[in-house]
Design a protein around this ligand. Structure first.
Ligand SMILES: [Zn+2]
Ligand SMILES: [Zn+2]
Length: 347
């Protein structure tokens, strides 16, 4: 049976017909399988939700009672049968709790990878390669020009700025789910032991990461701190706070921004980032193409980003490539309203 006859693209998102569930639906449905907690994948208002324990905790924190009326936890590696379709989560290496949804029906295996990356991240389980018949991949950075540098180089730039300007604060814009905790954990890995100051909007998810065993070291609330106490310190805040009133409490801040889009100079300028840090939670071109080769599925479906280039790549190595026109993706965080900015969210 052809895979597209049981996993279909609909106006609400990917729909598995024999299991009667949607994956990361962008409008409320009766039964949703959710790959991870970012706003373009996890939305409020579904009735039944199947997700990893961490993803459900994130959804509860963000949506309260609207997270869903029947929340069903499925840890990595366990299988749940829904209408005869086997659903198993495998780590996607994107953010805490992020999963690839492995769907099996009548001898056919489809992997819906959600968002993913391949490089090590101290805040989440690493991506697992799952051989399959159809691999569904994102393509946020699906162009050969996108090659992310090593994280350690970017963190070194941040530490250099902090050491060079003891009278100024270094303000780092980072999305609240995933990027903020990863920047903190990478700083700790690099040996930075001072307290890290955070905007109030980051507190809840940092606490949640700690509850799931991720070490972040000493964090202090930046709101309410005396200006002089923030001199020479690293402060993290959501990207929207870089240029707003909030940042005026900091002593002459050097503004940095951690995002895969910082590769693009115009985006860095638009963000007001003097210090662009190319730190991405999405696979770059090399990671995308390596993953397609390793998974070795004869068929690759590409969901969001630069679909055409990756579909073309799949065809050049003899695979069936197909661009899926899924709507509502690529806006992982919704704190940047409107325009260009939403497209770079959480990259
Ligand atoms: Zn995401
Ligand atoms: Zn996404």
């Amino acid at each position: 049976m052809k895979p597209e006859s049981w996993l279909k693209v609909t106006s609400r998102g990917l729909y598995c017909e024999p299991g009667d569930f949607y994956i990361d639906p962008h409008r409320p449905v009766g039964r949703a399988v959710v790959t991870h907690g970012h706003g373009d994948h996890a939305r409020p208002g579904n009735r039944a939700v199947l997700a990893t324990p961490a993803t459900l905790a994130i959804m509860r924190k963000r949506f309260g009672n609207d997270a869903g009326s029947a929340l069903d936890e499925l840890p990595y590696g366990e299988t749940r049968s829904i209408g005869g379709v086997g659903v198993t989560f495998r780590p996607a290496g994107h953010v805490l709790g992020s999963a690839q949804a492995v769907l099996e029906w009548q001898g056919c295996r489809i992997v819906v990878s959600g968002d993913y990356k391949r490089r090590p991240d101290p805040t989440c389980a690493p991506f697992e390669v799952v051989p399959c018949d159809v691999f569904i991949t994102e393509a946020t950075f699906g162009l050969p020009v996108f090659r992310h540098p090593p994280d350690s180089e970017e963190i070194a730039k941040l530490l250099t700025a902090q050491a060079q300007f003891p009278e100024r604060a270094v303000l780092v814009g980072a999305y609240a789910l995933g990027k903020a905790q990863r920047v903190i954990a990478l700083l700790r890995q690099a040996g930075y032991e001072r307290p890290i100051w955070i905007h109030g909007a980051l507190q809840g998810l940092c606490d949640l990461y700690r509850d799931f065993g991720v070490e972040l070291g000493e964090l202090r609330p930046a709101t309410g701190a005396a200006k002089k106490d923030l001199a020479g310190e690293i402060v993290l805040a959501p990207p929207g706070s870089l240029t707003d009133r909030w940042s005026r409490r900091l002593p002459d801040p050097i503004t940095a921004m951690a995002s895969g889009w910082m590769r693009v100079r115009a985006r860095a300028r638009q963000r007001g980032a003097e210090l662009p840090l190319i730190i991405s939670d999405h696979a770059d071109w090399d990671e995308l193409t390596m993953t397609i080769r390793e998974v070795a599925a004869p068929e690759v479906w590409v969901t969001h980003g630069n679909e055409e280039a990756l579909v073309h790549y799949a065809r050049t190595i003899g695979l069936r490539g197909r661009a899926l026109a899924l709507i509502g993706r690529g806006e992982d965080e919704q704190e940047a309203p409107g325009g260009e900015e939403t497209q770079e969210a959480e990259a």
